[in-house]
Design a protein around this ligand. Sequence first.
Ligand code: NOJ
Length: 514
Amino acid sequence: MKTKDRPEWLDDALFYEIYPQSFMDSNNDGIGDIQGIIKKLDYIKDLGCNAIWLNPCFESPFYDAGYDVTDYYKVAKRYGSNEDLKQLFDQVHKRNMHIILDLVPGHTSVEHEWFKESMKAERNIYTDRYVWTDKVWEPISGYEAIRGYSERNGAAIVNFFSHQPALNYGYYKVRKSWQQPMDAEGPKETLKEMMKIMKFWLDMGCDGFRVDMAGSLVKNDKEGQGNIKLWQQVRSFLIKEYPEAVMISEWGEPDKSLKGGFHMDFLLHFGPSHYNDLFRCKNPYFSSKGKGNCKKFVRKYVENYEKTNKKGLICIPSGNHDMVRLSKNLGKDQQKLAFAFLLSMPGAPFIYYGDEIGMEYNEELPSKEGAYERTGSRTPMQWDDSKNAGFSEADKSMLYLPVNKSAKKVNVKSSLKDPDSLINEIKKLIKLRKKHEALLNNGNIEFINAAYPLCYERYSREESITVVINPADKEESIKVKKGEIIYSLGKGAMIKDGKCTINGKSAVFIKNES
Ligand code: NOJ
């Protein structure tokens, strides 16, 4: 089912998210790097993923793991050089894969040269690059501010942490003298610069961007209209010059982001999606206790699906660098069921590095690079049972974060050998997804049941597949169409007289008779 309104490679893209600090260290300084990623590309491909999302890898003081950029045009030394990144692009493409970078357009580090210039009393080309009030003590509602560092008399509004001043894209509704409209010179220049940055990396060979906090660039924009307008301008530029570039937003409201021209949007662990109800709440739906509730998730999903013309380009990630790992709340069998769901839903699946082997969330770590409770999900990848889990040859004391204690048992090498492992189940599911058009990214979906068992039909013009997943530890049954079971997990199910009786902690995919 091909569509013309987005790059074709997205139709069967399956992403693997890499947090570069912790993936693979090639020069033994204790921190992951680009050459390390290159070494592991075959692993990612063998898993079945054909696309990569790389977290920020640009110059930064790393107070927010790189989401605090000081030079958008330069790879951070600790990861290598621009030349290394170019090599990564080439190596990815050689394997018929794609790679998107993380674009952080909403803010920079306070240490960025632009901000240093912007703090000066004398006007210069960066004076309006950030959002400044007219007076240092001006109260600002809804935002923290940086006060007291600048020569100029004003406060700079903050986008996230206190060291991340907001770049100026203007205000949708201007209410104060210091708030500039979107079409003022300053905001227009900021956007122009951001497009220049995109152009720089696209020319070098990157295939698109995951865009950080995409829905919050324009301020005083409750309904998102200003941000939609802003991203539509970016889309027009890309369509003209880089029609193959893919844009994926961290927005969490697909009805808005897709209107803004993004090809896909993430469901997030905050915001209105109820994504947390599935895997990360007191009683997650996917826990075997069977006390979860996915109704609100499904209702919201369907609402978005309808609003986005049934394009279904909504990404439901297995996790990411901002949330606790899947394994925190779910045991191995439940994680398998979670992947049966994630890999049979529309939209491109995203696997967070390490989730494929059920890596643990380490609760005990102090914050690293502004991660706080996110630190436990950012530990070194567990490749094997050798020194530092095969992540680095460096002395243990030099590692970016300590390797999880479980690494002797939970690692890629041993998982690949174990026929019952999570990774082997995931590989099986990916193969199945690729074989059936109905299961692919823009195949359709219709929910049949949003209690236990979860049941939905995926269909394309050629075929239809009913997915039945029962995470609860209790047999359930549901009416289904006539068909043949093409995938079975756990103790599976029996189909008789139009009824599917599914065992507890099991899943089946049924190819319906046409
Ligand atoms: C979202 C990113 O995923 C997160 O890691 C970061 O801290 C904030 N945006 C700020 O850029």
